[in-house]
Ligand binder design. Structure first.
Ligand code: FES
Length: 315
């Protein structure tokens, strides 16, 4: 965990690999890597998948993710330590992350962090209560500055309890009173969960809604974690019979390819074809510009590179 230097027992590779090298995890890894032009781009998600599977990120899991994404273990480790969302040690069932960054700071985050430390009797640098219920961590900007000070409980923002659920209503900031309310909610909820915390054999305790990119996951972050892959390597060539032939590479999940052609200063859709198509022919003058916008079940991706029609042969 970010600032914490306490000793963590690291499980051996043979303890964690049987959990990671299973078809359900491996097929997700494959699917994630396929979304990007190069495997290393999937590193954040593969690390997250390992964490979801194990409850935290032991060093051997980081090495495993590195190998899957063709990066060095030290690169993957560096990435994992940059983001506080990756747990380098097991946490309590409720992982409380309070933002200490500028906006939250000026709005009183430090007082709330001090209150949280006093109330739970643990350090805000990754301390865990002896009943394994709470881990407290001060973190950098959680991206909800307008609501500051803010806290995240496991995968969700929480500044209040509304209708029996953790919530972050617009404009409702975390206060010491609301922190107490949230802690009481967590304690209450812990009673209705199984007696034994969901403790992985390797020590992780977690209650996660799932990998943000997972099928059926309810995370709002899905759009961020699973960008629609754009068409790559769009190229235009002139065929023997004088047509412009457009070719590209598109991810297998592409449902539709919108071929855009520049007329005047704007691109306009010239054709929308099946995502399975591999080429498209057009009659156009030299210099005509094309680009492709992909569409998957999740929506539209970014426009591809622009390809220009070459001169006609023999012209
Ligand atoms: S500064 Fe706290 S969420 Fe951005």
């Amino acid at each position: 965990m970010g600032h914490c230097h306490k000793h963590v027992d690291q499980p051996k590779a043979e303890e964690i690999l049987p959990k990671l090298e299973v078809p359900s995890v491996l097929s997700r890894v494959e699917e994630l890597i396929r979304r990007y032009p190069v495997p290393r781009s999937a590193l954040l998600q593969v690390l997250w998948l390992a964490q979801e599977t194990l409850g935290w990120l032991p060093q051997e899991a980081i090495k495993w993710a590195a190998a899957k994404c063709s990066v060095s273990p030290v690169h993957a480790y560096g990435v994992s330590t940059f983001y506080t969302m990756y747990k380098k040690e097991p946490t309590g069932r409720f992982f409380l992350q309070i933002c200490q960054n500028v906006s939250c700071h000026v709005l009183g985050a430090e007082d709330i962090i001090a209150h949280a430390e006093r109330t739970l009797g643990i350090s805000s640098h990754g301390g865990t209560t002896s009943d394994d219920l709470f881990t407290l961590l001060r973190v950098e900007c959680l991206g909800a500055c307008g609501n500051g000070p803010v806290m995240q409980v496991n995968d969700d923002f929480a500044t209040d309890v509304v209708d029996g659920k953790l919530a972050m209503p617009a404009g409702v900031a975390l206060t010491a009173e609301r922190f107490d309310k949230i802690v009481a909610w967590c304690r209450d909820r812990a009673k209705s969960l199984s007696k034994e915390p969901k403790r992985d054999a390797t020590g992780g305790i977690f209650e996660s809604k799932g990998h943000p990119g997972a099928k059926g996951a309810v995370s709002q972050a899905q759009g961020f974690y699973a960008p629609v892959p754009p068409a790559l390597g769009v190229a235009a060539v002139r065929t023997d019979d004088g047509k412009v032939k457009l070719t590209w590479r598109a991810a297998p999940e592409t449902t539709t390819l919108h071929i855009e052609k520049k007329t005047g200063s704007d691109f306009a859709v010239a054709a929308s074809i099946s995502g399975k198509e591999k080429e498209w022919l057009d009659d156009a003058a030299e210099g005509t510009e094309y680009r492709i916008v992909t569409e998957t079940a999740q929506g539209r991706g970014k426009a591809s590179n622009v390809a220009k029609a070459p001169a006609a042969k023999g012209a």
